[in-house]
Design a protein around this ligand. Structure first.
Ligand code: ZN
Length: 508
């Protein structure tokens, strides 16, 4: 047998969790796996890659990404590909790039302006076509984001959706699921998802249940009201007849909530026993990252980015916000806040540093950053338990997710949380260090994710499957990025293959 590419002398972790086996892998002209042969191989191929006893696995799947637009703007998707990730579930936390209507178009354009891409689509199908045309190396599986969906019908304003509006959302959602979205994501902390009533959430879940797909959620609260937030979603999901519910970046945020992991796992087990298959993803870091605007108190927090920027253009309003921030946040809370990315010329140099380092008055610093460019002001917040993170990662239903974007190695689109360049590699590292078998660690970033989200052509390495694979060294695989050098590539990734082509190689 002759083929295109022969990867010889490897241990195969095929994504199913089956024990490693020594083999050689041959691909064909169509970019698929032609054969996997035990031991050595007598096959001939145009290109031979020496595996040197490393592990060959299906390309990793990032269960929780936000590359919706960045993958179009930077199709080589370096931050992902360089850590072995060849596919991603995007459209997370309620935010997808569709459906687009006159109600949400200008907001989405503003949100994505940084990437210099025009939104030339309105539907899920149109968006997927744009991804294909851009030639993104990363396969994107976009969830429908509830916030985008809600805004497509009634904008970003406050208030309950009427029965008619909910029915419109359901209609749009049906179309989107039919066009191949693997499910619906909620972002109930963010505008306008935060205004959704249980009735609205339940109605949408019923449609997802009918389509046999999955719902994911960035919960209303990941800390003080974590258990109530999970219970709310579980009850609604069961009532809607949903079969699969996925908790995004599962955590117990804030020291006062660290003890809630045991009751949280209790709630999940109970729901699983009642027929709801609950899963979760987790990034292997204890600092979260989100828009700096999440710190806004009271009425400020209900403004969308455009309104906020317009309001803060008045210097009096800016000072008023600074005063309210001073009153609403403790010095300890400011200490835990880090500027990850901002475009304000005065504060650019403090990207990656604590906000308290940027000036004597963090409240004023925050207000100025938000007034300048709220869309691109990203902040990290420490306050997660390392021990709980490790326990969550080991849960049999937890898969690897970065919560990061596909980014180029330069800072063209702003600085990032280290998770964008290291999350999946670090996830595998932690699992191996905690005693997981390599085949299990691999399954949690490949086959299991593909199962949960019903991905048709990812997550398994077998003859006939697409040759999207990663060759890595289990001794050295790790995510090495940190806040001081967030673009540091992962280590231990020897080769990444996409459709049988070498798309990344390192000398590690
Ligand atoms: Zn989220």
């Amino acid at each position: 047998m002759t083929g295109k590419l022969l990867i010889e002398n490897v241990w195969l972790a095929d994504g199913t969790g089956a024990p490693l086996r020594k083999c050689a892998c041959l691909t064909d002209d169509s970019g698929r796996i032609a054969s996997i042969e035990k031991g050595g191989s007598a096959c001939a191929a145009e290109t031979v890659v020496a595996g040197n006893g490393k592990i060959l696995a299906p390309g990793f799947i990032d269960a929780h990404g936000h590359s919706d637009i960045s993958a179009l703007a930077s199709p080589e998707c370096f931050s992902k590909i360089s850590q072995g990730v060849t596919a991603e579930i995007c459209g997370n936390c309620g935010l997808s790039a569709f459906p687009v209507t006159p109600e949400n178009r200008s907001h989405l354009e503003e949100l994505y302006a940084n990437y210099g891409k025009t939104i030339a689509w309105s539907s899920c199908a149109g968006y997927r076509e744009a991804v294909r045309n851009a030639g993104a190396l990363l396969d994107l599986y976009p969830l429908c984001g509830h916030n985008t969906l809600r805004a497509a019908v009634r904008g970003y304003g406050e208030g309950e959706a009427s029965a008619e509006e909910i029915s419109k959302m359901c209609g749009l959602l049906d179309e989107i699921l039919e066009q191949g979205a693997p499910g619906l994501s909620f972002g109930l902390l963010y505008t306008p998802g935060v205004f959704a009533t249980p009735g609205e959430i339940g109605a949408l879940m019923t449609r997802v249940a009918g389509a046999g797909k999955i719902c994911t959620a960035h919960l209303r609260s990941e800390g003080d009201r974590l258990l109530e937030s999970v219970s709310e979603m579980i009850e609604l999901a069961l009532e809607a007849g949903l079969k699969r519910f996925h908790i995004s970046h599962m955590k117990t945020a804030g020291k006062a909530n660290f003890h809630k992991l045991a009751p949280l796992l209790g709630l999940i087990d109970e729901a699983r026993n009642r027929g709801l298959e609950i899963s979760c993803d987790r990034y292997p870091y204890t600092e979260s990252m989100t828009q700096l605007s999440v710190i806004l108190p009271g009425a400020w927090g209900k403004m969308d980015d455009g309104t906020l920027k317009r309001t803060l253009a008045d210097p009096e309003n800016l000072l008023r916000l600074a005063e309210e921030l001073r009153r609403s946040r403790t010095p300890e809370e400011w200490e835990r806040c880090r500027i990850v990315s901002c475009t304000h010329p005065k504060y650019r140099a403090f990207q990656g540093k604590k906000i308290t380092a940027a000036g004597p008055d963090p409240a004023l610093t925050a207000a100025e950053i938000l007034a300048f460019d709220p869309v691109n002001a990203q902040a990290a917040f420490s306050g997660m338990s390392e021990e709980n993170m490790r326990r969550i990662i080991q849960l049999p239903y937890c898969v690897g997710g970065s919560d990061g974007n596909a980014l180029p190695p330069d800072r063209r689109f702003g600085a990032s949380h280290p998770r964008a360049f290291g999350a999946l590699a670090k996830f595998v590292r932690l699992l191996l260090d905690m005693g997981s078998s390599p085949e299990n660690a691999v399954r949690k970033v490949t086959g299991l994710t593909a199962e949960l989200f019903s991905l048709p052509d990812a997550g398994l390495a077998a003859p006939g499957r697409r040759a999207d694979m990663v060759l890595f060294d289990p001794d050295t695989i790790d995510g090495n990025a940190d806040f001081s050098a967030p673009e540091t590539p992962a280590s231990g990734i020897a080769y990444v293959f996409k459709n049988g082509e070498i798309v990344y190689s390192s000398r590690s």
